[in-house]
Design a protein around this ligand. Sequence first.
Ligand code: CA
Length: 174
Amino acid sequence: MKFSRIVSFAAAAVLLTPAFALDKTQVTAVANHAESKAAGGWGDYPASLAIDGEVSGKSSWRGEKQPGAEGEPEQPPTITFTFPKKVELDGVTIVFFKHFDRVYTIDILGATSDNGKFKMLAKGVKNPGEGENQTVFEFKKTKLKQLRIVGHGNSNEKFADWTNIIEIYFNEPA
Ligand SMILES: [Ca+2]
């Protein structure tokens, strides 16, 4: 299949500035934690739901901060996306669960190869938590093979340890 470049319908419909979102059909997503029925959760919310193109609450990845091994610090939820080949990106657009209501804090990191070191692209960035249903997070134009989101929870007291991503778009320089 051709690795093509398309304008995401969902992103194009709302974004004020032209943004080009990568075709996600060959992108894979892996998380270090995901809510699951088997583990006592309300449902199954695996990493793949963050890139399936469906924008609805039930189609979200939901990751919770995990206790560390004995004597080790707690582990924030992370989701890592691998591209079929290197891509040049200058940002991501994220639709969080209850985006308009909760302020989420994330780090965005990137690696140039599948076994590469992750470098920080945007640290401690937040969505406004009001007014809009998605947020564009820009970073310096970078060639990436993998992109990782580290979740630092959200402003809802009851679910403060959770990072829930309904959908992410990978933005190529326009
Ligand atoms: Ca989705």
